[in-house]
Design a protein around this ligand. Sequence first.
Ligand code: MN
Ligand code: MN
Length: 458
Amino acid sequence: MEKKIAWSKYEDLKPVFDFNENYKKFISDCKTERECVIEAIKLAETKGYKNLNDVIASNGTLQAGDKVYAAHMGKTLALYHIGSDPIEKGLNILGAHIDSPRIDIKQNPLYEDHDLVLLDTHYYGGIKKYQWVTLPLALHGVVVKKDGTVINVVVGEEDTDPVLGISDLLIHLSADQMSKNAAKVIEGEDLNVTVGSIPSKNAEKEKSKQYILDLLKEKYNIEEEDFRTAELEIVPAGKARDLGLDRSLVMGYGHDDRVCAYTSLLALLDSETPERTAVCLLTDKEEVGSIGATGAHSKFFENSVAEIMNCMGEYSELKVRRCLFNSCMLSSDVSAGFDPNYPGVNELKNTAFLGYGLCFNKFTGSRGKGGSNDANPEYLARVFKALEDAEVSYQTNELGRVDQGGGGTIAYISAQYGMEVVDAGVAVQNMHAPWEVVSKVDVYEAYLGYKAFIKSVK
Ligand code: MN
Ligand code: MN
């Protein structure tokens, strides 16, 4: 059971570092699920992918070698590279999620308190609330006017942009706060974002709020009422950076799970026409239970498979079922990377280490594997064989010591079709913190591993 660090495989680190330059750009530019979908489509179109709706609208047909994508509500995306085998024999699916923990703006958010103007929020996903205060924050999202106009908002990313922020109490007056437990130190309703403080000369009351409203009107054509329809997300401001004197790690926002989303996407885009139809499925809402029209529980993916089979002249209800039943999937999601500051939460023989390649969790869940997908040994053996043939570094692990906590991914949802699924992803430190950390070599090994999966696993 000897483990080898992946770095030592490389005589020349250039491919590893070059790949990560593009990855850093992707996660710096794409901080919401919508931004990820837009960028993924852009990358796919340069590689010859076509919109499935356009194929359907033109009564087009699909055959081996064709590349198509289907997006839904701008927040989930399925990309297909049609293989040479009959599609009924199954797909090879790389499934990752593109939503990340963050802080959402409420529908009636704007208020003034003693001349300061704030936005009220509701956090999204599992966060340690105390990590999100006293940081430069950015505002990303969309506002949709009643006439249907979509206004894209990004504030806080350019050097010349202002940033937003959430305050915390000064240490001098924190006697009461410091005696609270970590879950209560910063309460959910205290995650209010400061956005202004200049009083308007044109208002009788709530003058500072009016100043901000005038600004929103002038700069974005947004009225206060428009917040009701808005989907605005507060995320850490700034770009992903190299971490470490040797630049071996990347500190960035949203590695969970954009590190798997990006590597899965690139693995698909860089693959030759495969035997089995290859799919990259990027889902939304994983951090809140994979629910809704854009989460993994949605029928969106299944419907897109049916549409594609129809364009291939292969559609029947039974054939779609067979296709999904015969599929193989990597549920590509991050694993908890060993942290030398907190070794006690792990059992070291079965822990993911940064720098040791793609992490496989045979099962996830918590307590007695509750809520887990548990991958089949026959399938694991086939996947590991494919990785070893391609000389990809991988490790097996679980999420922490038994009974220490736990977590899940989208694996169990796809498994309902009867397909083979295993959790495979990149080790992350500081998971769900504003700035998470991954190893560059793991990012590259994930890309290579996903490519090997597309090419060889059946
Ligand atoms: Mn995740
Ligand atoms: Mn997560």
